[in-house]
Design a protein around this ligand. Sequence first.
Ligand SMILES: Nc1ncnc2c1ncn2[C@@H]1O[C@H](COP(=O)(O)OP(=O)(O)OP(=O)(O)O)[C@@H](O)[C@H]1O
Length: 702
Amino acid sequence: MNIHSENNINHLKDSQLLSRLLSYAKPYWRMILLCIMLAFLSVVSDLARPYIMKIAIDGHINGLHKPMAMADALQADRLKREYGETVVWNGKAYARLDPGTTLPEGLGKAQIVRAGGEEWLVPDWLPAQASVEGANILAAAGGNGGVIVDGKTYPAVPLDPAALDAFRKQDYLGFAKLGALFLLAVAGAALLNYYQSNLLQFTGQTIIFNIRQQLFTHLSRMSMSYFDRNPVGRLVVRVTQDTEALNQLYSQVVVNLVKDMIVLIGIIVIMLQMNVKLALLSFAVLPFLAGLTFWYRSVIREAQRVSRVILSRLNSFLAENLSGIRITQLFIREERQREQFDAHNTEYYRAGMRGTVINSIFQPAIGFLGNIAIALLLWYGGASVIDGGITFGIVYAFTHYVRQFFQPLMSLAEKYNQIQTAMVGAERIFETLDEQPAIVDPVKPRHLPERVRGEIAFENVWFAYAGEDWVLKDVSFTILPGQTVAFVGATGAGKSSIIQLINRFYDIQKGSIKLDGVDIRDIPLDELRRYISIVQQDVFLFTGDIASNIRLNNAGITDAEVVQAAKMVHIDEYIRTLPDGYGTLLGERGINLSLGQRQLLSFARAIAFEPQILILDEATSNIDTETELVVQDALNNISAGRTTLIIAHRLSTIQHADQIIVMHKGKVREIGSHYQLLAQRGYYYRLYELQYKEQKPLPKAR
Ligand SMILES: Nc1ncnc2c1ncn2[C@@H]1O[C@H](COP(=O)(O)OP(=O)(O)OP(=O)(O)O)[C@@H](O)[C@H]1O
């Protein structure tokens, strides 16, 4: 597997992932519980709305035609006590009855029915169909004060507008009340949703804030070998995108899923309570729904997994190619790179389309099932209304509940996607967090004094970056306190590796490296690295001004010390010519420095930190010869009394070193001073001769 290919194997089980995810949410359980309670209340007000409509329809719009109890006007109070709203008209009191109420002894029956465009009061109860105008009511039976239903004539009195108003009064009042209640439910749901979603976002953001913080702290402790294996682009995605996917999980999915569950259960309960038969009929589509969801789950999971793997490949390709754009343009590789990008892009497009096609089948299919349920309702419910078995209000409410029932299922696809993305994000985040830094502080640390002598000893050191590819083989040497030691050797001989080992960017496999006689693995990392400053060929500049790039946020370094360090490496003059001097911004929003200027800045950085051990890795390779002489002079000053290690290809710059260590294919080949090594007429001599000839072709060798 190369480092750009994205890991696509599931290591952790979903249940393990979930329990770890929940552990992050645990400190905030009160808020989450409150969110769930708010969600519950908002569901209640959501579900209340069709119910309110049902009451309006059955109780008031069609309320006029309900069967009534009739008594003498003197008994109005009794009627009111027992059956609620009572109308007194023409010496009689009337009260509407709920369906199924049995009429006690002593009370008469009455019902209002619409016939021939007029409302009639009948002192009897009519068959259920009669409440629907026109159904089997032939007409008002001429002028004889009666209505004919199913061939039977009932005596009836026509109601004049004033009487009708009296009977309708409770309906007008009822509409006002129900309207207010409806409004309250809407406003309540809006308010509850507002608080709930804010609280959720707050909780989610806080949890993710903590995870990001933990990730960054963790990453900054990781060893170099980790960064060799993980491209920066991937780690950036870890800290930003993957955590954002988790945020979605906490702030959108979890509570909304709970909310959806409450909605579904709530609707089932309400429907069963309103009418069992109609409810069961609406649920007839559920087995198909379950089958469809099962199919969807299995195909979309695979499609999304493939799509994610391809996307991360595309991202890596893009990141690498944009950072290497200079080389691409220089070697006119644009066309080839474009073809490769095209291949990745096409693959991603296809994967995306596959997901789209699956979704475009699933979502309408769910909608279709929902509509079938509504069609069943219309067919059976409509007929039952006419038969009088079910009220119109119930059918109306049912169609709404069925719609509400299918709504969460329609967005299931989206939620499923979010959960999957979050799970993959969580898995990657936990994998990152679980990876322990290869280089850690010693269990039993040994502390060196504030100032070390600076003796560095390599004793039979064997080192490989990976496996058994030995980069250093049995390397031994001792650098005495205050000495300046140079490493020379061909490219790839292992010089830079030696330097990376001294400050423990990597740990060795065999032998030991000692500072003042103490194995560096026994010294706390912070302390070890505080003694050492390294100036490298590639200088990294942080976004910020020049002064902050020299002192690297170390408040202990004063402005005067910054200037002093810059003066020592002769970059002070240049800095002063810049518009803002030491306050000039570098990087993206500021100016760009030349490679040589960057190296000088990095020298100043090393000097300002006053290290006790100074390491220069090809540090003067980009500085012109004239400036190098000056810097060399400054270096001589700085290295006086300090252990200094220098890697240089230009042998002229290291002739004054106390010791020169010649490396060859991972081994120490020769050690000695310049003159000793020349006298040996070995590898160093040959190197020197080669360079000497190159640089000064005219005079003959001494
Ligand atoms: N981060 C790394 N991961 C794996 N192998 C590495 C790494 N860095 C260097 N190497 C390998 O280690 C060997 C020695 O590299 P090193 O950089 O120490 O050589 P060097 O003598 O400093 O060369 P140069 O003069 O070119 O800087 C090389 O063969 C290189 O391929």
